[in-house]
Design a protein around this ligand. Structure first.
Ligand code: BF8
Ligand code: SF4
Length: 662
């Protein structure tokens, strides 16, 4: 009995499948003195968590609350039913997620505009071709216009998608999704007027005494989710224009990327505006580091800022969301520079034990007691240098002292923007690159395509669901792409390189990837293709949607017909809720490995799991067990492959187009 208790305690304290994270946790647990508290401990202290919150039936929208739905009280004080409360809470989560991505995208648009007015030193148009491609996609006339003029017009349209007066469709939606989807959005009244407008609508619609109709509320939630998509697509496009479109690049991932003798700087958060500058500044400041006795400066990434600089600069991956506090506990991290989103305030307390300089940089995301170097668009490089100097100062203090870095790192090949994929596939079929994938699915060489996205969440074992599901889908010949912390997980766990293809891919997937390697032998910057293709940060889920759209266009069908699924095995943030919701509205089955806070209303839960499919073709799958989840995803894509094949054969036989609508 006692053993069982201890076992459970051990498992609970070590809620990770990442051996590097476990090594740090175990070492910490073994300390009699100086034990550091992390999220892994706080999760235990938080148990049991409140069931009203977990199922979404707690309402705190007005000051009469909180109202909780129980057997005794089946309505809130105002008479709101569980379905209203659950739906309102859900819509507010989507709104927060969309606001975060919108904020990120708008910040980059402002920087682009400031750059045009010479008020953003150090930034430039890095990818002119992408700028012109985006402009043409948006329907702008680019003839006889220079790049500055084109950028001004593109940025102008982006601002309109935030807040425009007309009810014309948002440009970033209309120009990136298949036509049938736009029709569907119009029919259902969920084509948004603009990101900011919709945020205001959603907050007003969920105010006390406003909308009580769960279906109406959920439609508004999906409209909000489409704004999340628009905001992130703007962020991706503008980031590529300012910092370059990713190309295949190989580096390493996990704690072993830290070196005892270098100034180790972690870049954490989401927005590439500062991190790109820090990477540049680090190259310039090698001498200062050498003078301090260091072998150099090493930048490395956490979360989505990490993904941004990995994709464009080949910066190594340090870790993903859940283990963000742990690199400091090796004693080898000199500075952690954070910008916005997914930064645990807990990093500050941990840093105090290890001299790490935690540096906040954004006016809307500070942590009491940490260093703050205000990001400046006018002098970003200067600020970046100021931050690196803090890291050098910390290095001087720890020089010569023992550090304890788990020697765990894995090779990762990343950098798969749509443009990079198009080129790789184009080596096989230059006329119709994406036909290489659709042909492979039609011939059953591949079973379908799955996106892994989203976070870590202490409610499940860190990285366990990601890796189990990736291995299972690989065995079943699923072509996989990944973003966000799901991509970070694959990178850390050694699933994002060519060796993983040999170890885990089924015969069809293996031969597919081998053929692409062969066709690209002299390209790929000397890299070989990985088992899972890293498409970037969470805002780059836009790239994954572009891939799905390219496949739908290639098959000439609407999205609900394509054998494509999305999965967030360890979803955590409100942004993940927004992303999952737009995948569903776009017609894609979407697995979530942590049951969201909607089960308190059978009606709302039923809409997510079933009714959504009748309307949009996409639907949610809640499944915490990774083996079961992989099976359900396989069933979903296989059913679609089978149907698509059948429809195609019938269309050929009767000489009609493959039915496009759902
Ligand atoms: O935007 S995957 S934990 S870091 S929310 Fe956050 Fe989730 Fe990571 Fe990136 Ni996305
Ligand atoms: Fe309670 Fe209604 Fe107020 Fe919500 S809005 S807290 S259910 S009275």
């Amino acid at each position: 009995m006692a053993d069982k208790k201890n076992d459970r305690k051990k498992i609970d304290h070590n809620r990770s499948a990442d051996v590097a994270a476990l090594a740090v946790l175990e070492q910490n647990a073994g300390l009699d003195e100086g034990r550091v508290e992390t999220a892994f401990d706080r999760y235990l202290k938080m148990q049991p968590q409140c069931n009203f919150g977990k199922t979404g039936v707690c309402c705190r929208i007005c000051l009469q609350g909180p109202c909780r739905i129980t057997r005794k009280a089946d309505k809130g004080i105002c008479g709101a039913h569980a379905y209203t409360i659950v739906a309102r809470n859900l819509i507010r989560a989507i709104t927060s997620g969309a606001s975060s991505h919108g904020d990120h995208g708008r910040h980059i648009v402002y920087t682009a505009l400031n750059m045009l007015e010479d008020k953003a030193g150090g930034y430039s148009i890095e990818d002119k071709d992408k700028l012109f491609r985006v402009a043409e996609r948006l329907g702008l006339d680019t003839e006889n216009k220079d790049e500055r003029k084109v950028l001004e017009e593109v940025a102008g349209l982006a601002l309109e998608d935030f807040i425009k007066a007309s009810d014309d469709p948002c440009k970033w939606l209309e120009s990136t999704v298949v036509e049938d989807r736009m029709e569907k959005f119009d029919q259902c009244g969920i084509s948004p007027r603009g990101i900011h407008t919709t945020i205001a609508e959603s907050m007003a619609q969920t105010h006390m005494g406003m909308d009580a109709d769960p279906v109406n509320l959920i439609f508004q939630g999906l409209k909000m989710a489409l704004c999340d998509y628009i905001g992130m697509h703007i962020a991706t496009d503008l980031s590529d224009i300012l910092f370059g479109t990713p190309e295949p690049v190989t580096t390493e991932a996990n704690f072993g990327v830290m070196e005892p003798e270098t100034v180790n700087i972690a870049l954490h958060g989401h927005n590439p505006l500062l991190s790109e500058m820090i990477v540049r500044a680090a190259k310039d400041m090698k001498d200062e580091a050498t003078e301090a006795g260091a072998a150099g400066i090493k930048c490395m990434g956490i979360c989505c800022t990490g993904n941004e600089v990995l994709m464009r600069q080949g910066v190594p991956v340090l870790t993903n969301f859940l283990s963000q506090e742990l690199p400091m506990m090796t004693g080898a991290l000199d500075a952690m520079v954070v910008d916005v989103q997914c930064i645990m305030p807990g990093v500050k307390a941990v840093s105090e034990c290890f001299r790490t300089r935690v540096v906040t940089t954004m006016s809307n995301s500070k942590i009491p007691g940490s260093y703050h170097v205000a990001f400046s668009e006018e002098e970003p490089l200067e600020r970046a240098k100021e931050i690196i100097r803090l890291g050098i100062e910390a290095f001087k203090e720890r020089k010569g002292q023992e550090v304890n870095i788990p020697q765990v790192k894995n090779k990762v090949t990343a950098g798969f923007s749509m443009e990079a994929l198009e080129e790789i596939l184009g080596a096989v079929n230059p006329e119709q690159p994406f036909k290489v994938i659709t042909d492979a699915i039609d011939s059953a060489q591949l079973g379908g395509v799955v996106l892994f996205a989203g976070c870590n969440n202490l409610r499940v074992l860190q990285d366990h669901s990601h890796s189990e599901m990736i291995r299972e889908l690989a065995r079943n010949n699923i072509l996989m792409v990944a973003t966000g912390c799901a991509a970070g997980s694959a990178a850390k766990m050694g699933l994002m390189n060519d060796e993983a293809v040999e170890l885990h891919a089924g015969e069809g997937l293996k031969s597919f990837i081998h053929a692409l390697n062969e066709a690209n032998r002299d390209k790929l910057n000397g890299n070989k293709l990985p088992l899972v293709f890293h498409m970037g940060s969470c805002v780059d889920n836009s790239r994954a949607l572009d891939l799905a759209t390219a496949l739908a266009r290639q098959w000439d069908v609407d999205m609900p017909k394509i054998p494509f699924a999305a999965s967030a095995p360890e979803a955590m943030s409100e942004k993940a809720v927004a992303i999952g919701s737009w995948w569903v509205a776009l017609g894609i089955p979407t697995h979530v490995g942590v049951v969201p806070e909607v089960t308190g209303s059978a009606l709302v839960n039923g809409i997510a799991l079933q009714i959504a499919e009748d309307v949009y073709g996409g639907y949610f799958i809640w499944e915490e067990d990774p083996a079961e989840a992989a099976r359900k995803i396989l069933d979903a894509v296989r059913e679609r492959s089978w149907k698509l094949n059948l429809h195609r054969k019938l269309a050929e036989q009767y000489d009609t187009p493959v039915s496009a609508g759902y």
